[in-house]
Design a protein around this ligand. Structure first.
Ligand code: ADP
Ligand code: GLC
Length: 464
């Protein structure tokens, strides 16, 4: 089976969060099952140059009422083929966050079939991810200006996060995408605007999301970000498949970023990682250490943690915080670290190596999310014997068992978080803590089972 996989970020080439991890690991897991996968992704300025994608030329892409060239680069790694779409609009310092993001990713989406055809890949189906590539299932269903083999190609669309939907002005969007006016009256339309996420949800043969609980939550007004009705309408083709982890990349027994390596069989090295992290962040190594590795966004409940911080410190915790995002949250976190040296250490930024050191060096990891489609950080923490303290939502609820592999609270309030942190503090240093660490570390968090579920789902959309 040949799968065309489209994603706005793909680790290790680009990453701002879990989408990058998933688009990196899932295609490799599918390749191990014998599927052929071409991953198409933007050629951002940050794409590493060692090895650099091999530039093979330009293709003409139907866009903006005409045809425009984009550059194509390719690379093969771990049994997966990658194609990079080069264009000045995509090559900017950051991946996202520009006022013309909808137009940038409309162009990218439009390029995907042309680029696949250019590298000689004839897919059996498309797997698109999140709003950036949500236009694609619709484009394939409408079938204009597509290379041979692409009109009516079946598609699977995965919602990693329903908060980000990619809305833009309808007439302009139809013009960019070279879609006829009748497309304005289908799933693309949300109250007169063009909504990329909705287009993918409506046009794909199957819609998946990244945990069973989030598949249910999406259908509720509290979590659907205005699309709960649409998710209820497509419930018959919607399924939640839990993400896995790349257990080779995230392995405390081999992790090159750690001060000492360790495993469930020999946890001794974990203490050395804690000492090293405490030294690095100027923290008291005697305190139990609560870590955070997160985007600083409303979704993640970082404000709840900030509001609870004084009481967490009073209860004896030290805090090791790594993240970036909302400037107000960044300022609040920086202020905490300045006011409470020795008890709070913070690094504002995106730092892959430090993330590994926090997962290994902290005793517990706080993930107080308001919503969490799946969440990878709690899974990474468990693999590193660092017990997650999480809110009962989405994938957090599906992956962490209270009192067995972590601590789970119901209400998105500072008090909810404090309650669970209190439970954690009570267990800390007792034999129960060690048992929980081992239970957390010994779980199978790999992609194997979930990749097989995707493969079965792909099989179900192929013409019989
Ligand atoms: P989301 O995709 O919503 O951000 P996930 O938990 O699924 O949340 O994935 C987050 C990924 O990004 C994890 O691999 C985490 O380690 C990483 N990450 C988040 N913030 C940072 C940061 N500031 N520095 C390094 N890695 C980070
Ligand atoms: C999104 C979600 C996160 C999920 C990730 C990968 O960024 O916020 O919960 O783990 O996608 O699917």
């Amino acid at each position: 089976m040949r799968v065309l996989f489209a994603s706005a970020e793909v680790a290790p080439f680009s990453k701002t969060g879990g989408l990058g991890d998933v688009a990196g690991a899932l295609p490799r897991a599918l390749a191990r099952l014998g599927l052929e996968v071409l991953v198409v992704t933007p050629w951002y300025r940050s794409v590493p140059t060692d090895p650099a994608p091999y530039w093979i030329g330009d293709v003409e892409v139907p866009f903006d009422g005409g045809f425009e060239p984009v550059g194509v680069g390719t690379l093969e790694r771990d049994g997966v083929r990658y194609a990079f779409v080069g264009h000045p609009d995509l090559s900017r310092p950051r991946l996202y966050g520009y006022p013309d993001d909808a137009r940038r990713f409309a162009r990218f989406s439009r390029a995907v079939p042309q680029v696949a055809a250019r590298v000689g890949f004839a897919p059996d189906l498309l797997h698109a991810n999140d709003w950036h590539t949500g236009y694609l299932p619709l484009l394939l269903a409408r079938g204009w200006h597509l290379p041979p083999g692409f009109p009516h190609l079946p598609s699977v669309f995965t919602v990693h996060n329903a908060q980000h939907q990619g809305e833009s002005e309808m007439a302009a969007t139809l013009h960019w995408l070279r879609l006829g006016r009748e497309a304005a009256h289908g799933y693309l339309d949300r109250f007169g605007a063009a909504n990329a996420l909705l287009a993918g949800v409506g046009a794909a043969e199957r819609v998946t999301t990244v945990s069973p609980t989030y598949a249910q939550e999406l259908q509720q007004p509290e979590y659907g970000f205005g699309l709960d009705g649409a998710f209820r309408a497509v419930a018959g083709k919607l399924v939640g498949i839990l993400n896995g982890l790349d257990v080779n990349e995230w392995d405390p027994a081999t992790d090159p970023h750690l001060a000492a390596r360790y495993s469930a069989g020999d946890l001794a090295g974990k203490a050395a990682n804690k000492r090293a992290l405490a030294r690095e962040l100027g923290l008291d190594p005697e305190r139990p250490l609560l870590g955070v590795v997160s985007r600083f966004a409303e979704q993640k409940g970082i404000d709840l943690l900030v509001a609870a911080a004084e009481r967490l410190l009073a209860a004896g915790w030290g805090l090791a915080l790594l993240g970036t995002g909302d400037p107000r949250l960044e300022a609040a976190v920086r202020a905490l670290a300045t006011e409470r040296p020795g008890a709070v250490g913070a690094v504002v930024g995106f730092d892959e190596a430090l993330a590994h050191r926090v997962y290994a060096g902290a005793d517990a990891l706080a993930v107080p999310s308001r919503f969490e489609p799946c969440g990878l950080s709690q899974m990474i923490a468990m693999r590193y014997g660092t017990l997650p303290v999480v809110r009962a939502t989405g994938g957090l609820k599906d992956t962490v068992a209270h009192g067995r592999t972590g601590f789970v609270f119901e209400h998105a309030t500072p008090e909810g978080l404090l309650w669970a942190a209190g439970e954690a503090a009570r267990a800390y240093g007792t034999p129960a803590w060690r048992e929980m660490q081992l239970a957390a570390m010994r779980q199978d968090l790999s992609w194997d089972a979930s990749a097989r579920r995707y493969a079965a789902l792909y099989g179900s959309v192929l013409p019989s």
